[in-house]
Design a protein around this ligand. Structure first.
Ligand SMILES: Cc1cc2nc3c(=O)[nH]c(=O)nc-3n(C[C@H](O)[C@H](O)[C@H](O)COP(=O)(O)OP(=O)(O)OC[C@H]3O[C@@H](n4cnc5c(N)ncnc54)[C@H](O)[C@@H]3O)c2cc1C
Ligand code: FES
Length: 244
């Protein structure tokens, strides 16, 4: 895994939804699905790069989809084609290899890393169902439709409603914690493995500062290095009644 702390050129940038930005950057690094980069396009404040997951990648470029929520993402959103930004990464473990028919279920910005993941699994010849929850409006509909064997969008409401998880051999999820917890519980009941990608505030991205420490069934782990992807039941385990 290469770590590229040098400048990447913006190849394209556009707003694809309400405060949702699709950014493509030139890089020689090659991520795996579920990994993330720290993006930085400023001199002093805010101090740290912002973790953003890989939405897509191909030879020489990586794509991100992020929501403007604060200072860092505001600055990133104002970049123009040919501007340079610091691209550090790829970091994290990414989603594991899973066999059989796979369900990818996402919510909100958690949909972004599932796009790259679905594409890779589909390219390997696996059957991949992508089920995505959006609060109000679907963005990048064409891209999500092309990424998987079947793509289903849920706008408003619960993305888990009407889901038959027993149709699948494994489930990968990213999104709000209550949604991921529900998915892990359903997978547990169906007897299939689940993997969750979790979000924590981050600083170094390489396991040195402990800012991203998370509690798991087997003790404290660093989300940036040991994750962000964990087995579902490593994270959602506390109340055994919840997952039994
Ligand atoms: C591994 C990882 C992958 C991520 N991938 C994506 C992605 O693909 N697309 C995307 O839009 N966002 C993603 N995020 C979240 C993104 O990093 C934050 O939205 C961003 O850092 C906010 O920076 P800011 O300076 O704009 O906002 P800040 O001013 O730092 O914060 C603004 C608000 O966002 C909240 N916030 C900031 N960072 C996080 C975080 N890590 N978790 C929860 N809340 C946070 C703050 O509490 C605050 O309320 C990811 C986070 C992690 C840890
Ligand atoms: S961000 Fe520093 S240890 Fe994870």
């Amino acid at each position: 895994m290469g770590v590229d702390g040098t400048a990447g050129n913006v190849l394209s940038i556009q707003e694809v939804g309400e405060a949702i930005v699709h950014l493509t950057v030139a890089t020689e690094t090659r991520p795996n699905p579920g990994q993330f980069y720290l993006l930085r396009a400023w001199q002093e404040a805010p101090l740290l790069g912002r973790p953003i997951s890989v939405f897509d990648y191909s030879e020489g470029k990586v794509e991100f989809v992020f929501k403007i929520v604060g200072k860092g993402t505001e600055i990133l959103a104002k970049l123009k084609v040919n501007d340079k930004l610091q691209l550090q990464g790829p970091f994290g473990n990414g989603f594991p290899e899973v066999e059989g028919k796979i369900l990818l279920i996402g919510g909100g910005l958690g949909n972004a890393p599932l796009h790259a993941t679905a594409k890779v699994l589909k390219a390997k010849g696996q059957e991949v169902d992508l089920r995505l929850g959006f609060a109000e409006k679907i963005y990048l509909e064409k891209e999500f439709n092309q990424a998987a064997t079947n793509t289903q969008f849920v706008v408003g409401g619960l993305v888990t409603n009407g889901l038959n998880i027993r149709d699948y051999d494994a489930v990968l999820t990213c999104g709000p914690h209550p949604m991921m917890e529900a998915v892990v519980k359903m997978a547990h009941q169906a007897g299939i493995p689940s993997y969750v990608s979790i979000e924590k505030r981050m600083a170094c991205g390489i396991g040195a500062c402990l800012v991203c420490t998370c509690k798991t069934k087997s003790g404290n782990k660093k989300t940036c290095k040991d994750g962000p992807v964990f087995e579902g039941e490593e994270i959602f385990y506390e109340d055994e009644d919840k997952i039994s």
